[in-house]
Design a binder for this molecule. Structure first.
Ligand SMILES: *[C@@H]1O[C@H](CO)[C@@H](O)[C@H](O)[C@H]1NC(C)=O
Ligand SMILES: *[C@@H]1O[C@H](CO)[C@@H](O)[C@H](O)[C@H]1NC(C)=O
Ligand SMILES: *[C@@H]1O[C@H](CO)[C@@H](O)[C@H](O)[C@H]1NC(C)=O
Ligand SMILES: *[C@@H]1O[C@H](CO)[C@@H](O)[C@H](O)[C@H]1NC(C)=O
Ligand SMILES: *[C@@H]1O[C@H](CO)[C@@H](O)[C@H](O)[C@H]1NC(C)=O
Ligand SMILES: *[C@@H]1O[C@H](CO)[C@@H](O)[C@H](O)[C@H]1NC(C)=O
Ligand SMILES: *[C@@H]1O[C@H](CO)[C@@H](O)[C@H](O)[C@H]1NC(C)=O
Ligand SMILES: *[C@@H]1O[C@H](CO)[C@@H](O)[C@H](O)[C@H]1NC(C)=O
Length: 256
């Protein structure tokens, strides 16, 4: 269900659960184009004795997953938007989420081209697109204002001395209008979510705004993370249906 960010959450929960049970993972070919990954593969095994585990809430860890056992085969159904589903298997997830060379190589080349002077690279993901629509805003999907981007970028300017920002977004023209283009700022123009995800993951530290795409860019980069506290909008429908502690890792820094 969903696009790249959502898919990675579902795969992470699946891989970690299967590892705990020591069972084979079966990713149906119609649910994933595995050509984007270096190692992850789909399969069309015909599974018998199959039951579905439905998560309780989309971004609240459901500990019932720990009670699944191997007396039958299981389908996992849901969004699984929590680090708690896979935090014990970080290495497995990182290895599984290596992108195929045709994605990884241009992304790494782009990022490394700014690393000439021993520079610390900060990836910034700015989600706009559908999140700016009234329907989603009503539910609590919020977009970060320019003042948040300025503040979080200043945080890294103060923390590290030689830095460079790479801005990735589903609306680069909004970013060009709203983020002051200093000599330390570059925009990703690949216009390809997979390459942008690989770019974020190759950065040292990451700033995110809203949505699961930025979440995964931040997690894969593995450095300092600043996230936008206004997502989801506090008190909104989606905020009430989730657990912030389960969604945002505790070491990530929230700003508004
Ligand atoms: C996992 O399953 C394999 C066979 O499928 C078995 O050889 C191995 O011992 C199992 N590992 C554990 C830790 O149970
Ligand atoms: C999977 O992605 C590759 C690379 O973008 C593309 O060439 C291929 O047609 C896709 N396969 C399917 C089944 O969509
Ligand atoms: C395995 O799970 C099934 C279904 O939830 C349950 O009925 C059964 O008691 C469990 N078996 C063990 C050994 O825990
Ligand atoms: C799961 O499905 C496979 C493939 O059909 C089958 O061999 C296996 O016995 C099933 N596992 C259980 C616990 O029923
Ligand atoms: C690069 O920066 C690191 C950490 O700030 C420092 O330890 C290292 O000596 C620097 N390397 C060069 C070539 O300047
Ligand atoms: C960005 O932040 C700096 C430092 O707080 C401030 O001086 C500047 O006016 C801000 N710029 C914008 C466009 O908000
Ligand atoms: C991108 O942002 C610009 C400027 O804010 C806006 O006019 C445009 O409609 C947006 N484009 C898309 C595809 O959302
Ligand atoms: C960017 O500009 C500032 C002054 O505006 C200068 O001090 C700094 O050296 C420049 N950085 C690079 C990488 O050119």
């Amino acid at each position: 269900m969903g696009r790249l960010g959502n898919i990675l959450f579902q795969l992470a929960a699946l891989l970690s659960c299967a590892k705990r049970l020591n069972v084979t993972v079966c990713i149906p070919a119609n649910e994933l184009n595995s050509s984007y990954f270096r190692l992850l593969r789909t399969s069309n095994i015909k599974v018998t004795n199959l039951k579905t585990f439905h998560e309780g809430m989309y971004a609240k860890y459901d500990s019932n997953i720990e009670h699944l056992n191997t007396s039958m085969n299981w389908t996992l159904s849901g969004y699984f938007q929590s680090w708690k589903y896979f935090y014990k298997d970080e290495d497995l997830i990182r290895r599984s989420f290596e992108f195929s060379p045709n994605i990884q190589e241009p992304a790494a080349q782009f990022v490394e081209s700014f690393r000439l002077k021993n520079i610390t690279i900060i990836g910034v993901h700015v989600r706009r697109g559908d999140m700016t629509t009234d329907n989603l805003q009503k539910l609590g999907y919020a977009t970060a204002p320019p003042s948040y981007l300025n503040k979080s970028m200043n945080y890294f300017r103060e923390k590290y001395s030689n830095i460079h920002f790479i801005i990735a977004s589903d609306n680069i023209s909004w970013c060009e209008e709203n983020i002051k283009r200093d000599n330390d700022t570059e925009f990703s123009k690949f216009n390809d979510p997979w390459v942008d995800m690989a770019i974020m993951s190759a950065c040292d530290h990451v700033i995110i705004t809203s949505g699961t795409f930025g979440w995964w860019g931040a997690w894969l980069a593995g450095g300092d993370v600043v996230y936008f506290k206004g997502y989801p909008r506090p008190g909104s429908v989606i905020d009430k249906g989730m657990s912030r502690e389960d969604y945002y890792p505790s070491q990530w820094i929230g700003m508004e």
